[in-house]
Write a protein that binds this ligand. Sequence first.
Ligand SMILES: [Zn+2]
Length: 122
Amino acid sequence: MPKAAKKPVLSFKYSVNVEVRLPEFEPLDSLKWIDYDRLQKGRHKVAIGFVVGGCCRRLVKAVIRDGMVTGLEVERCKQSPPASSGIATILKEARRLMAQKTAIPKCGIPLLMVCSGKSFGD
Ligand SMILES: [Zn+2]
């Protein structure tokens, strides 16, 4: 039986009604072995888990600067075509509105908080 759809975290009207939902996130078991002290200085990219949904699981890497996660990189789905310019525009607007709504500080979020799942809507 399919899981009930999560409640949208954001909805807005563009040329169509748009609803944004948080994806399921599966943290890597290896997170418990991360050397947090080593990541307190400099820039790093560390695999932290997978987003699940659609046709596949996609690897997520945290972009880290001085122990703070300043971005996430999600592996591209190899089966889906690139977004059309219309969809790309809507995605850009969704990112802009989510950034306003969540008010994530420019310096980032502490890596430990991200790895504990506290910033994934749990
Ligand atoms: Zn896929």
